[in-house]
Every structure is written in C-alpha cells, then in structure tokens.
Design a protein around this ligand. Structure first.
Ligand SMILES: Nc1ncnc2c1ncn2[C@@H]1O[C@H](COP(=O)(O)OP(=O)(O)OP(=O)(O)O)[C@@H](O)[C@H]1O
Length: 214
C-alpha cells in the first residue's frame, strides 16, 4: 500500500469549526510520497488543526483526507507508516530516556541492540541523560527526546508540529539535516513551522496556510 501510492497525503475541501468559529475553510493540500511540505502562518490560523485532522486525532466537519490512499488512523498499517508528534508525548513513569527509546524500538519490531540507540542519543545530545527520567529533562531536551523517538523507528510519513520549537540554533540545524535525510531516503514529511529557514533546510516545500484555503 505505502510504496505504490503516488501521494502520501491528500486533503480536499477540508472544513473545521470550533463552535460557530470557522478555522479551516476549504483547505486543500498534497504531500507527494517522498516529498516534504511545511505549512507556515500566523498563530491561530489553523496549522495544528490541519495536522491533527491528517493524523486522525480530530474529525473534520467535512472534506476528504487520504493518507497513502486510505482513511487516516483506520488501520494498524496507518500507525506503522505514520509518526505524528502533534499530540504531546506521554512519558511512562519510572522509565528512563534510554528505556523509552528501547520501548519504541521493541514495539516496532526492531532489535534495540541493532537500532542505533547510542548513536541516536548522541546525535540528540542526550547521552549524558540516558539514565534520567524524561520529566527531569529541560523542555528542549524533552523535544530532542520526542524527535529521537520519532526518528529511530521505521516510518513512511512524519507529521511534525513545529519540531524546531525549544531547540537551540545548533539543534535546529541538526534536526533539519536529519529531516532532509529522511526525505532524501524516500520518507514523506508534513510539518508546521514558524521558521522558514529551518523548513527549507529540512527539504520541505514551504507553503502558507492562506494559500491552502479556497
Ligand atoms: N479545542 C479547541 N476549541 C476551541 N478553539 C480551538 C481549539 N483548538 C484550537 N482552537 C482555535 O482554533 C484556531 C486555530 O488553532 P490552531 O492551534 O490550529 O492554530 P495554529 O496555526 O497551529 O497556531 P500556532 O501557530 O499558535 O500553533 C485558534 O484560534 C484556536 O484558538
């Protein structure tokens, strides 16, 4: 399913309102398989709402969403193919940083010994915190762990809401390079960001939220 469909994400005529307030009005978007799209726009314009709908974490009022040709969230295959950081992660009580990464590897059928956990912790500046529990990390370190966990497991589509948030300048550059590698390796990327330089360095085509609405 995942390898043969031309588009990773197709959104057509999406409408979402909160109460009487329309937020998304006729939004259309395509993320090609093996391509990246970054949606920009002012606070409150609806970027997270769009990403939540594509991630199946929110039901739109109307419109069509297909992820690799299927309904988002409908099958276990969707969750094998898609990683989303739109919803903030929940940390398991008493599990260390390293154990969280190991857990994700095991759940995805990877051998933790072969998955490159040490390298991932090193890459995200978490080596010295491997035996800490996530609640004791700084907000930037938590964001690094979230991204390390998102990137260590195999996937076909990353849906990331402002992944640059709380990262220092070097961290932004490193994460942008990792995302560019992900896309160059055939992965698809849909993200929202306020940092166009970061988005461009991530290999994503930058588009404004305004341009997506009818
Ligand atoms: N659960 C909700 N109930 C009511 N209104 C909401 C809800 N979630 C979002 N909104 C409103 O919908 C609008 C769009 O919010 P959304 O979070 O999608 O914007 P955003 O573009 O991601 O903003 P930011 O750049 O600040 O992250 C905002 O005006 C927000 O207040």
């Amino acid at each position: 399913m995942v390898d043969h469909h031309p588009a990773a994400v197709e959104v057509e005529d999406l409408h979402v309102s909160y109460g009487a307030t329309p937020v998304l009005t006729g939004v259309a978007l395509t993320v090609p398989a093996g391509g990246g799209v970054c949606v920009t726009g002012e606070n409150g314009i609806g970027k997270s709402t769009l990403l939540r709908c594509v991630s199946s974490l929110q039901q739109p009022d109307s419109g069509e969403i297909r992820v690799f040709g299927g309904a988002p969230g409908a099958t276990p295959e969707f969750w094998r193919a898609v990683v989303t950081t739109v919803e903030p992660p929940t940390w398991y009580p008493g599990l260390t940083v390293r154990e969280h990464v190991e857990l994700v590897c095991r759940a995805n059928g990877q051998d933790p010994e072969q998955a490159g956990i040490d390298e991932a912790l090193e890459r995200f500046g978490l080596t010295g915190h491997a035996d800490a529990i996530p609640p004791s990390l700084s907000s930037g370190q938590k964001q690094r762990l979230t991204l390390a966990v998102a990137l260590i497991r195999p996937s076909s589509l990353l849906i990331l809401d402002e992944p640059e948030q709380r990262l220092d300048p070097d961290g932004r550059k490193e994460v942008a390079a990792l995302l560019a590698d992900y896309v160059a390796g055939g992965g698809s990327l849909l993200m929202a960001s306020h940092d166009e330089e970061f988005a461009a360095a991530s290999g994503a085509e930058v588009t404004t939220m305004e341009s997506l609405s009818a």
